[in-house]
Design a protein around this ligand. Structure first.
Ligand code: CP
Length: 307
């Protein structure tokens, strides 16, 4: 049986192309399982997993919890709000107390880049990064690749444009690593203030013209403006951002080609995407959410084999 090269999933940067392929192939099998009348398998029976969320989440938290339950794991959930973190307890003390309850695996979201990497040096349990600040969101990139492959097949040579707030996006960085490791071509597009200066060193094209990006790509993965991470103004107003970088259905229809529209959520409707685009036949946004469960089942299952 094939296995991963790592006992944690901290970021896509650390994965080999074989790891990515193994996760995506395993996810395909789990997608078949969760579409059966009986959706549950005993693969992680007697494995206990804690979902430790220091930042808000809808999709990632529910998707991990459902993936764990479909695999028959025992699940506990921790949210920083309402916990003893509010009384000053440290990250390490919090996690060590959770582990003292005989927990085998930690799924963690944290606002500080590198928080799961720090933990991986201090504890024995497997760690899955569910988003660390502006750094990485590996399972989002894996489910994005899985969803693109369902539409397009092999991603080698495919053209993917990532459009929006690249500077504050962990989804962008994880997608760039994931797509490049599979041989895809990647373009980032947004206002120059929201594109990091180092980005071309990652082997991606850069554009500031959303119509050019749409003409170029097979897939447009559109990102949210992350106002909560912006301490200064990066553009004059949301109205102006929407005017220059927003995407509507007419723009997609006028391309006269097949284009796949993606968004990791949550969508700011009327800012980066109009509702008629987000809900159009071009969009696979809800397929991404559906595929998240199968991809996270694959990640948890494969990491559990490492122990
Ligand atoms: N895509 C994503 O990470 O969404 P949540 O913040 O709702 O988990």
């Amino acid at each position: 049986m094939q296995s991963l090269s790592t006992k944690h999933l901290l970021g896509i940067k650390d994965l080999t192309p074989n790891d990515i392929q193994l996760i995506l192939e395993t996810a395909k099998e789990f997608k078949e399982v969760i579409n059966r009348p009986i959706k549950k398998v005993p693969s992680l029976r007697d494995v206990t997993i804690a979902n430790v969320f220091f930042e808000n989440s809808t999709r990632t938290k529910l998707s991990f919890e459902l993936a764990q339950k479909r695999l028959s794991a025992d699940v506990i959930n921790f949210s920083a709000s309402g916990s003893s973190v509010k009384k000053g307890e440290t990250l390490l003390d919090t996690v060590n107390n959770i582990l003292a309850m005989k927990v085998d695996m930690i799924v963690m979201r944290h606002s500080s880049p590198g928080a799961p990497h720090f933990l991986s040096k201090k504890i024995e349990a497997n760690i899955v990064n569910a988003g660390d600040g502006t750094h990485e969101h590996p399972t989002q990139a894996l489910l994005d690749s899985f969803s693109m492959m369902e539409k397009l097949g092999d991603l080698a040579g495919r053209k993917i444009a990532i459009i929006g707030d690249i500077l504050h996006s962990r989804v962008a960085l994880s997608n760039i690593f994931c797509l490049k490791k599979q041989g895809a071509e990647v373009m980032v597009c947004g206002p120059s203030t929201l594109i990091p200066k180092f980005i071309s060193e990652l082997g991606v094209r850069v554009s500031h013209d959303v119509k050019e990006a749409l003409r170029w790509c097979d897939v447009a993965n559109v990102l949210r403006i992350q106002l909560e991470r912006q301490q200064i103004k990066y553009f004059p107003s949301l109205r102006e951002y929407s005017l220059y970088f927003g995407i509507n259905k007419r723009m997609l229809d006028e391309l006269n080609k097949e284009i796949v529209l993606m968004h990791p959520g949550p969508i700011n409707r009327g800012v980066e995407l109009t509702s008629d685009a987000a809900d159009s036949h071009h969009s696979i946004i809800l397929d991404q959410v559906e595929n998240g469960v199968a991809v996270r089942m694959a990640v948890l299952y494969l990491l559990a084999q490492q122990n």
